[in-house]
Design a protein around this ligand. Sequence first.
Ligand SMILES: Nc1ncnc2c1ncn2[C@@H]1O[C@H](COP(=O)(O)OP(=O)(O)OP(=O)(O)O)[C@@H](O)[C@H]1O
Length: 351
Amino acid sequence: MSIRLSSLCKSFGDHLALDHVSVEIETGEFFVVLGPSGCGKSTLLRCIAGLEAIDSGEIALGGQMMAGPRTFVPPERRNVGVVFQSYALWPHMSVEQNVAFPLETAGLARSETADQTAACLEMVELAPLAKRRPADLSGGQRQRVALARCLAQSARTILMDEPLANLDPHLRSAMEEELAEFHRKSGSTTIFITHDQREAMALADRIALMKDGKLLQVDAPDKLYSRPASEMAAQFIGRSTIVNATAMQVQNGRARVHWADQPIDVACPSSTRPGPVRLMIRPEHLKPADDGALASIVQRATYRGGYWEAHVRIERTSEEVLVNLATRAGSGDELHLFLDGGWVVPADGPL
Ligand SMILES: Nc1ncnc2c1ncn2[C@@H]1O[C@H](COP(=O)(O)OP(=O)(O)OP(=O)(O)O)[C@@H](O)[C@H]1O
C-alpha cells in the first residue's frame, strides 16, 4: 500500500518533534528513516500507525485518508503491522499462539487460523519451533516470531522501529538478509527506522535522512552517499572531508575545480556557479601516487580491517583529510596523493 505524508506536524509541549514532514512512499518499497537519537523517527512511525495523533498535515495509506483535519482512523483499522525493538511477544503463549492471536481476535475459523499460522511460521522458517515459548528462543528467533505475527495480520504496510537494535552484530547482519528476504516475499510496503547507517544502506530502496523533526534528504542509498544535498548529509553518511575550493568551469554536472593549486574534475549539482565552493572528498577519492602533486603528512592512522584509515595533512593548504591506505602508515610519514573524484556540495542545502 502506498503511503503519503503531507506536511505532518507533531509537538510535545513546545518541542516540535515532526516539522512539516512530506514524502510519498511507493507500494512495496523498503523505506528507511535514518537519523540521530531524538530526531523524531519513532514519533513519525507512531503517527502513521495511529498510536499518536498529529497536530496538522495528512496521512494517507493506499489513497485512503487515515489522519488529517477532522479525520482519525484508529490503529486497528489502518491495516498496519508494527514490529518493535522489544518484539512485544506474549511470554505465556507458544510461538504459534503468538502468531495465531491476531487471527483469532479477527474472528477467523479455527482451521483457517491454523493453516495461516503454519504458513507464516514456514515463511520465517520457524515451523519446527512452533511449540516453544519466547523465553526459549534466541533474539533473532524472537524477532522472526514478531515478523510472522505481522505477516499473519496480512498487513500491507509494515512499520519497524529499530527491530535489530537488541541483537549482537553477527546476528544483526544475518537478520538483515532475512528481513530483505521477508520483504521480497511479503511484498508489503515497509518503513524501517534505524540510527545505523550501515543497516540503512544494506536494506533500503530509499533512505530519508531525518534531523530535528525534518527530512533533510530522501534518496537511494548510493545517491545519498555520492550526491549528498547538504554538508550535514555528507557528514552524516559515511566518512568525508569538506574543503574550500574554487569552481573554474561548470558544465553538464561536472566542474573543473581548483583545490590545493590543483585543477580537478569533479561532479557537481546543476546549481553550481563558478566561484568559491565546498568540495566533499571521500577517503576513496584520494589515492597514493609515487610522486604526486599533493604532498602530505600522515597525522594518525587506524587499522580498519583490510586497510588503514589515515588522517593526513595536505601541505599546501594545511587541511586535514581522510584517506584509505592499503599499507601500514604511521604519524609523520610523507605521502603523495592525487584526487580522483569528489562532489561539490550544494550551497543551498537545507542546513
Ligand atoms: N510522549 C512524549 N512526550 C514528550 N516528548 C516526547 C514524547 N515522545 C517523544 N518526545 C520527544 O520528541 C522528540 C522525538 O522523539 P522520538 O522518540 O521520535 O525520537 P527518535 O528519533 O525515535 O529517537 P531514538 O532513536 O532515541 O529512539 C524527542 O526530543 C523526545 O524527547
